[in-house]
Design a protein around this ligand. Sequence first.
Ligand code: SF4
Length: 396
Amino acid sequence: MHDLGPDLLGALHGERAFIGPEHVVVDLTNRCNTNCIACWTYSPLLRDKAAPVTWKRQELPGAVARRLVDDLAVIGTRRVRFTGGGEPLLHPDFHELVRRIKDRGMTAQVTTNLIGGDADRLLATGIDEITVSLWASNASTYTRTHPNQGPASFPRIQRTIEQLAAAPRRPRLTFANVLGRINFHELEQMYDFAAAVRADAVYFTLVDPVEGRTEGLMLTPEERLATLGAVRRVLERADGPGMPALDSAGELMGRLAGEGAANGFYDAGRVDELPCTIGWTFARVLAGGDVVPCCRAVKLALGNLNERTFPEIWFSRAYDAFRAKALTTKKSDPYFREIDCYRMCDNLMHNRQFDARVGALGASGLAALRARLDTYMATAAAATARSESRDKEATA
Ligand code: SF4
């Protein structure tokens, strides 16, 4: 049986979408209670390049977020993740919104620093996955990577994690760690910490620097080599029973070994290896209401939820234009200048998964997909003709 999903159908068409994105990430708020050292907006190293106060105050109104969740359920979205901008738990409606996602049959996920997290309240929502942004394996490194946090923060977060892990219906727990010069030497200890508190998975990525401000956090060639060795050692253990998975290890190793890593262009040479199909599978909503087509595309708003609904934006001509461009154009094209795909494509794994589905179709699957698309387009054209004819009769 071939996978003839409507998203594959869309990519074959080359422009149109026939179903909503499977996965949507939503920046509920740009407010944050910490200042991660490599953060693009709150790092103390940014000085005059820090995000303006007006941006930091942006928050998706509760009513807009509720309508978004309802709309996503209708158009076939399966996973909604609340993430940054800022810290999602600071949004006053966070817990209610998670319950709403669950009530509508979708998977609810959050990426959080867990600084203000209450395990009981989180568990009561029925949330499916919590990704904890940690960047450390102990209190000392934690305060260095989160300079506004004192020594009590890490043990408090650890207690919350342990409460979550001990729950009978526990959410999937993933730790996200950004590696830079301050913490790279602790990679194996971070993995050990995750194993000790029974996390399900660990994800490592590299500092994505802000020019002239956070480049000093980037790893030297020797440090990248040492990190590569540590990743390989962790990978040998990650298959063991009860051990956390190492998520996206292939992408991490590719970035550590790639020639572009020296100047922060981690994915140069990798992004163009496969078509970008993100326009059929994923979308990001910013706290100001802008809908953008991938994690990095914060300056490419295709519509705003304060003016139009998500389905209106997703099925619009502007979104179609992005899909067609991203599918067929090299990312050196000026259209992608503001996205800067070659630095680090945070959605590369989504494009790889899609590409693998297409590859698995084979010649017979592709033919079946083509036939299904032809039937669909013929039916849609007939429906449009009927509707136009009815309109003409009504105005005659
Ligand atoms: S960063 Fe570029 S290649 Fe990656 S998903 Fe966005 S548009 Fe596509």
